[in-house]
Design a binder for this molecule. Structure first.
Ligand code: ARG
Length: 367
């Protein structure tokens, strides 16, 4: 029987989680005590414990609810959970990831989804993924410019070192880089048929379609660690759907990403010599109109920032009614376009971190 600080902490975390989870699900004190006793015994003999399926499901939803940076949390209870804890090989993990992409995309009617792979076990991660998102564009550093997404330069280099060659368009979908514990990472191409992308067009400015810009339908964050009741899930890719400004005011607009604003301004015939012409602001608004219009035309789920803020207000009200304190990260919650037009801008948020939650983590180890 091992009694270290580590297993003591684990029992404390587990107990807290079981109490909250079972309370929320309306389960009796007796059930809680029984479960905590079982977990204690399991930790004593194995050093860890295994979540029951409904604990995993509710824990993943709680983790979304506790994500201080996320404006989309009203929908926390609609998350679909795929349990992939029994997967041990990169090949089988790849199958599950393809299923995730396909299910989440759902021909454009996006479904919020998480696939949860094996937990860390006594310090060992059975399986990890190197990608930041399951779908993301490569970035190639050339002599004096970048082709594609500058946010992907490092992972693109890694793929090239492993023998991958992209077509070097600005929108090459990266392969998945999956690593089993103690082995070299392996590369897997995502079949084109299951990747939904949206060509960027504008309802009035015809020139916009000639930029040949596009973006993918589903943002599936894959490099964060899910923590539930002291158990770490280092591979647990999850998705909601996009808020328009993520693409229109950041990915395609940031000067060090796709930098489209000067091109939009040119199409609009604006004076880009003078800051005071507000050409940046005008171009930004039209690019964001283009994103909203394009996703609508393509029938892909996406929310505008005004609607998202209103939904977040309802989330705040719901949480208070449920007797839970709302935590949030103001700097992340305000949209990058017209922030002061939302209620979020005008009040403070408490950025304390509760668990379950999703956390940043380092890259997998290269053994
Ligand atoms: N901001 C990231 C991107 O533009 C995606 C983050 C998650 N976003 C979401 N709507 N769930 O790719």
């Amino acid at each position: 029987m091992v009694h270290s600080t580590k297993t003591n902490n684990l029992l404390v975390e587990a107990t807290q989680f079981i109490q909250n989870c079972y309370d929320e699900l309306g389960m009796s004190n007796e059930k809680q005590l029984e479960r905590i006793e079982d977990i204690k015994n399991e930790i004593d003999t194995t050093g860890t414990y295994t979540h029951k399926s409904f604990e995993l499901t509710h824990g993943a939803k709680m983790a979304w609810r506790n994500s201080n940076r996320c404006i989309g949390r009203l929908l926390w209870n609609t998350l679909h959970i795929f349990d992939a804890r029994d997967v041990r090989t990169a090949e089988d993990a790849y199958e599950k990831l393809i299923e995730h992409i396909d299910f989440a995309t759902n021909e454009g009617r996006i479904q919020s989804t998480i696939t949860i792979f094996a937990p860390r076990n006594n310090g060992v991660d059975p399986i990890r993924i190197w990608n930041h998102q399951l779908l993301r564009y490569a970035g190639y550093e050339e002599a004096d410019n970048v082709i594609g997404d500058s946010a992907s330069i490092e992972v693109t280099k890694m793929c090239e070192e492993m023998g991958w060659r992209g077509a070097k368009t600005p929108f090459d979908i990266l392969p998945l880089v999956i690593q089993e514990t103690g082995k070299q990472p392996k590369l897997f191409e995502i079949p084109g048929e299951i990747i939904k992308e949206v060509p960027i067009i504008h309802p009035e400015l015809d020139g916009v379609s000639q930029l040949n810009a596009k973006w993918y339908a589903v943002p599936i964050i894959s490099n964060m660690r899910l923590e539930i009741g002291g158990i770490d899930y280092p591979m647990a890719p999850f998705n909601g759907w996009y808020m328009g400004t993520e693409i229109g005011a950041r990915n395609l607009a940031d000067p060090d990403r796709y930098n489209l604003l000067p091109k939009i301004a040119e199409i609009m015939g604006l004076d880009t010599k003078s800051n005071r012409s507000l050409w940046i602001d005008k171009a930004l608004v039209e690019l964001n109109i283009a994103i909203l219009h394009s996703y609508q035309q393509a029938q892909v789920t996406l929310v505008d920032h005004h609607t998202a803020a209103k939904q977040f207000k309802i989330f705040e009200e719901n949480e208070l009614k449920s007797g839970r304190a709302v935590t949030g990260n103001w700097a992340w919650l305000i949209p990058p376009l017209s922030p002061a037009s939302t209620h979020i801008y005008h009040k403070p948020y408490n950025n304390e971190i509760s668990t379950p939650n999703y956390f940043y983590q380092g890259d997998p180890r290269e053994d």
